[in-house]
Design a protein around this ligand. Sequence first.
Ligand code: NAP
Length: 248
Amino acid sequence: MSVELANRVAIVTGASGGIGQAIAREFALAGAAVVLGYGQRALPAETLAQELVGSGHQALACQADVSTASGAAALVKAAVDAFGHLDILVNNAGITRDGLFLRMKEKDWDDVLSTNLKSVYLCVQAASRQLLRSSCGRVINISSVASLMGNLGQANYVAAKAGMNGLTKTLAREFSGRSVTVNAVAPGFVETDMTASLGEMKERILAQIPLGRLGQPQDVAGLCVFLAGDAGSYITGQVIQVDGGLVM
Ligand code: NAP
């Protein structure tokens, strides 16, 4: 059994979705105890948690709306109650509410900003005491390459993810005195529910990706394990792309 993340406790938000499931699984396989946060879909998170526990790992699923302070606090409490402490926070929960800017509804702007950006503020606030106490504290924010290049129809999403990049760099500076690293991982197009409706755009997108394929959740999870482990301890304040060369 891998011990890269042995004795570490991690929260992964959005662990009922494609990328969050892969991160939670890889963290558990690397030896971490993992809290799988989910919003509305209990089944994927509960099923994965049970599967991991059944194969000798430490995991539990926890429902929590991360766009609320009470949801963020509940996740941290679940981690500390079950596993005693918290070392790693992965802010992965996210939504899209796409539409061209001139027609974008205020509610779609607010929902995306609060789920994708304010949630990071709330979760880091809730987790900060535990993370700063840890000897190997890590915050990993799942951003997007859209934050670097903009994207038609995603003004709300791009604003949230670009805000996340800036927040990442500031937190990296503020937490550096306690050796807590804070990084953002920026995926390109990854095959999950979020990209399931690409339809005929898929061929056009593939033509722009030098490596010639969409990403898999596993591609993102591998970098997260690296950043969370000792090998990543001298990397902080970075926005690291996992995009098959889409943006370079
Ligand atoms: P996904 O399959 O749609 O999963 C999204 C996850 O976010 C789900 O677990 C969902 O939980 C959770 N979530 C949404 N709102 C929430 C809330 N208020 N409270 C708690 N959890 C909430 O999407 P994905 O592709 O895995 O995306 C994961 C992250 O990667 C997102 O931040 C996304 O922006 C980013 N990303 C994805 C891609 C891509 O191509 N897929 C590219 C770049 C970046 P429930 O379903 O249980 O509500």
